[in-house]
Design a binder for this molecule. Structure first.
Ligand code: NZQ
Ligand code: MN
Length: 411
């Protein structure tokens, strides 16, 4: 068996209340600022309301100030963050001479923080907009060690962004939502504070929980899966099936939040090493065309159909992996065949129903007339994930799956 398991240096703080320990790590980062008596100058990147309402923006700001770290707040990040917002945030970082970027929030705030760290780090002489670094460009600029150090504090479970080397940014002019990737945006410190996670409302718990599940399911069957990511993916799936429904119903139950946060973290490791596949390639055009549709909602509409496609068109190894997934979802399986593999699809549909995520694309607001453009967009922006899909994907398959996903998948 030959494989390469690559994971950038991980430094993870996990537990209740741990977000107010980050200053110790900042002091160790060794990127000393010019002025004496100051341990650093941080840009704190957040969304518009949730972190302020929950009190965490204030809590972390005063913690940093108490440890002689200057803080500039950039609290403008919207879901599906845009390249324009990233450039604006980077200008604020440059103006305030920030030497560390802290993302506090869901995937959107953490991804924006990562992208801001790229731009601010490479713009000392001349401003370099984020889209110049996007790998969807013919000749993207290289992302180097000039990238400012990043701390990612996750407020959802979720995207795994606290432990991935991706930043997903949308260019609204091109309608392109793409993952910008580099080992230099792997956070120097990843923080999972269970207390922050209890503030998630049920809808976000459900949407982001679906994201965790799909990262594990996609990484499991991806062409670049290896025995280590396979174990982490199966463990993540089991955790999601054990804890997501309860986290959705009883948001204050720390045990369920902890289970989902662990699953999210495994899932981040899985996708950093083994990548995502077709559902992610097809979900990004949906959020690019319809920014109000969450990443998780788009994935929920697509995933059962793509699982079935891969079970029908994939090889024997793929079939066996879906059978393992059925087992991790608590289903009894007898041997490895299509019937047993399809139990995983049934289990996913049941879970989606329980957490209110069994909605077709049309119900989410997608106009079927846009399918043609979304197919083109998926092919333009999603080549990496499409190539990692275990079954070969043709343009006509993508169109057919979008059509199937339009309707509610009634069981
Ligand atoms: O904006 P604020 O006011 O902070 O409110 C947010 C936002 O409205 C709110 N929220 C977040 N944490 C909360 C909370 N509300 C109450 N309590 C909390 N603890 O939830 C809303 C959605 O937040 P967002 O960050 O957009 O959600 P999520 O964490 O699901 O992130 C989704 C983004 O991450 C990208 C997605 O494409 C999408 O853009 N992804 C990033 C990945 C990565 N970097 O590795 C991989 C993923 O596959 C994904 O593509
Ligand atoms: Mn995702």
């Amino acid at each position: 068996m030959d494989f390469n398991f690559y994971l950038p240096k991980v430094n993870l703080l996990f537990g209740k209340g741990v977000s107010v320990k980050i200053s110790e790590e900042i002091k160790k980062l060794g990127d000393q600022p010019a002025r004496q008596g100051i341990n650093g100058r941080a840009l704190l990147v957040t969304g518009k309301t949730s972190m302020e309402q929950s009190g965490f923006t204030q809590k972390i700001t005063s913690h940093l100030k108490n440890h002689l770290i200057e803080v500039t707040l950039f609290n403008k990040i919207t879901p599906n963050p845009t390249s324009e917002l990233v450039d604006e945030g980077a200008k604020v970082a440059l103006k305030n001479n920030c030497n560390i970027i802290i993302g506090l929030g869901g995937g959107s705030a953490m991804d924006a923080a990562k992208a801001i760290a790229i731009v601010a780090g490479h713009s000392k002489d001349q401003f370099q907009p984020i889209w110049d670094f996007s790998q969807s460009q013919a000749a993207p600029k290289a992302i180097t060690s000039q990238t400012l150090p990043i701390i990612a504090i996750t407020s959802s479970s979720g995207t795994g962004s606290h432990v991935t080397r991706f930043s997903v940014i949308t260019n609204p002019n091109l309608n392109h939502k793409v993952g910008i990737y580099s080992e230099y945006i792997f956070p120097k410190l990843s923080v999972v504070d269970l207390e922050i996670l209890t503030y998630m409302p049920p809808a976000l718990t459900a949407e982001s929980g679906v994201d965790v599940l799909t990262h594990c399911l996609e990484g499991l069957v991806s062409k670049s899966c290896n025995p280590i990511t396979e174990e982490m993916a199966l463990q993540g799936i089991e955790l999601v099936f054990n804890y997501l429904t309860d986290a959705f119903r009883n948001g204050e139950n720390l045990k369920s939040r902890e289970g989902m946060a662990l699953a999210d973290t495994y899932a981040g490791f899985v996708i950093t090493t083994s990548r995502v596949i077709l559902p992610h390639a097809m979900s990004h055009p949906i959020s690019a065309f319809y920014p109000n549709i969450s990443h998780g909602a788009a994935l929920a509409a697509l995933t059962p159909h793509i699982m079935q496609f891969n079970i029908e068109k994939g090889d024997n190894t793929t079939l066996q992996k879906y059978c393992l997934a059925s087992g991790a979802m608590g289903r009894r399986t007898f041997g490895a065949n299509k019937y047993e593999a399809m139990k995983s699809v049934e289990a996913v549909k049941e879970l989606l129903e329980k957490i209110g995520m069994n909605k077709g694309l049309q119900e989410l607001g997608v106009d079927p007339a846009d399918i043609g453009d979304m197919v083109k967009n998926a092919i333009e922006t999603g080549q990496g994930p499409i190539n990692s899909n275990p079954a070969e994907v043709k343009e006509s398959d993508i169109a057919r799956i979008y059509k199937l996903a339009m309707g509610k998948d009634r069981r």
